[in-house]
Ligand binder design. Sequence first.
Ligand SMILES: [Zn+2]
Length: 50
Amino acid sequence: MNETKKNECPECKSNNTAKHGFMVTRQGRKQRFQCKACGLTFTEKLGKTK
Ligand SMILES: [Zn+2]
């Protein structure tokens, strides 16, 4: 198994995040996440979106 780092919230650093659909970018689809602790939605690598 390839253990990847858990997606942590860029805002509050919580690991309590859930998948929240996809964001389409020029590079392709990015997995989107929502932090259950502070409610922030963010994508991997791209950082936070408001
Ligand atoms: Zn958070």
